[in-house]
Design a protein around this ligand. Structure first.
Ligand code: ATP
Length: 294
């Protein structure tokens, strides 16, 4: 990490968008760096516990600083994480030009060549993260957290579940507890089983499940488990129907690939390395465009 991209201050250039815990702005710092800044405001009440909460958030921020060491072409570059106020964290990142995969899909199925290209890039990013020491778990893979760059071919993972981690670090003093940790529709069955307790164990395998759910959305145009309303509903849906089933008309290779990501038993899910070797990603037929007319 190269230290903060500012000396003392930064100015907002424009609002890029709002999320669950705050906003993302384009900012320009006093050292002339233009970047994206995501502000996370934790919903805590300022009271007696302010000091202990502030230091717990500080500890969580410190433990996330390794994000600034990540260097991968399919992962947004994290520049710095600051805590300007006790319950406010600002994440400075490379400013990306593009739109989320969610918006790129825009409810319309993608062709298999595009699904393969995007999947390969996501798997490469996951392999990089999951093979670091200690492994980095994304925790919030979903189509809103995958950016398709303006060239429409390169993708980048953004928004590692930092808000989830921060929220967990102060969960015992949070004033609002109803917000789901992570995007419900993409949560692996083992996370749902753990309910809202602190013991939720995000893992390489829960990232792979969420990636499989993103594949489903690229294939079908719709979010998986679109009718799920809460933890219990999701858990029941998975128990009854298993992973979301891909619509007809897709290749056997893609079907198999998706099923290897979304095995209900996390031990049976393939790793990012194994997925990169799967015939859906290496298949010559696809490279020749046999399925591109779908
Ligand atoms: N580094 C970046 N460069 C450009 N745009 C970004 C960057 N990071 C996020 N964005 C965009 O900012 C907007 C808001 O992002 P944010 O992550 O806050 O939304 P969200 O995913 O809905 O929120 P959350 O997951 O925190 O509930 C989104 O449109 C996202 O694509």
């Amino acid at each position: 990490p190269e230290g903060p991209p500012f000396l003392e201050r930064w100015d907002v250039v424009r609002l890029i968008g709002r999320g669950g815990f705050g906003e993302v702005h384009e900012v320009r710092t006093d050292t002339g760096v233009t970047c994206a800044a995501k502000t996370l405001r934790l919903p805590v009440q300022l009271g007696d516990e302010l000091l202990s909460m502030s230091s717990e958030i500080h500890r969580a921020v410190e433990s996330e600083r390794n994000l600034c060491r990540l260097r991968h072409t399919n992962i947004v570059r994290f520049l710095h994480i600051a805590q300007p106020e006790p319950a406010t964290v600002v994440v400075f990142m490379e400013l990306l030009n593009g739109r989320s995969l969610e918006r790129f899909i825009d409810k319309k199925p993608l062709d298999e060549v595009t699904i393969r290209d995007f999947s390969k890039q996501i798997c490469r990013a996951l392999l990089y993260l999951h093979s670091r020491q200690p492994p980095v778990i994304h925790r919030d893979i979903n189509c809103s957290n995958i950016i398709v760059c303006a060239d429409n071919t390169r993708i980048k993972l953004i928004d590692f579940g930092l808000s989830i981690k921060l929220e967990q670090s102060v969960s015992h003093i949070l004033t609002s507890t109803q917000s789901p940790k992570g995007t419900l529709n993409f949560m692996a069955p083992e996370l749902l089983g753990a309910g809202e307790s602190d013991s939720v164990q995000y893992s390489r395998e829960s990232d792979i499940w969420a990636f499989g759910c993103s594949v489903y959305q690229m294939v079908s145009g719709a979010r998986p488990f679109a009718d799920a309303r809460n933890f219990l509903g999701m858990a029941q849906l998975i128990e009854r129907r298993g992973a979301p089933v891909l619509p007809d008309g897709r290749s056997a290779e893609l079907r198999d690939f998706h099923s290897r990501c979304t095995a209900k038993d996390r031990r049976r899910r393939k790793s990012a390395q194994e997925l990169l070797e799967h015939e859906f990603l290496t298949d010559r037929k696809l490279q020749l465009g046999f399925f591109s007319s779908f």
